[in-house]
Structures are given as structure tokens and as C-alpha cells.
Design a protein around this ligand. Sequence first.
Ligand SMILES: [Zn+2]
Length: 83
Amino acid sequence: MATPKRFIAGAVCPRCAEMDKIMMFTDDAGEQIRECVACGFTDAMSDTEQPANPELETRVNRRDNQDDHTVKQVVFFKAGSED
Ligand SMILES: [Zn+2]
């Protein structure tokens, strides 16, 4: 089930650096997606990353500090094809 999109207060877009332009939602595949409404940036968040979502606090993800590489899956959606 997809969740409604909602803005993340204080979130800064990693592409355009605009604040409060990031929405987060869960797509049909259950992936957490960030989307910037200012520049169209989208980012599928893997479960190794803690989303700023208090409803998901039950999922604790402990990892040793290995390399500080941030592994992200970046998914680019075609403009206008959301949903
Ligand atoms: Zn942006």
C-alpha cells in the first residue's frame, strides 16, 4: 500500500539544497521514497538508512561503522509518471 506524501519538516534536498521541499512516501513496493518538489529529485531509501519518520522507530538498525560510505539507491522517475 502506498502512503500519502507528506513533507518532512527541516529536510534539505541533497540536490538543490532547498529546505522543506522534501516529501516522503512509501511506494507500492514498500520502499521509502523521498521526493523534492523543487527540483524533482527522488531517492529510494534503503532500510539501512533511518528515515525521519517516528512511526518507524521500532525498526532499529545497528551497523558497525565500517567505511563511511553512504550506499543509496537512487531512482529517477520520469517526470509526471508518479503513482
Ligand atoms: Zn531539490
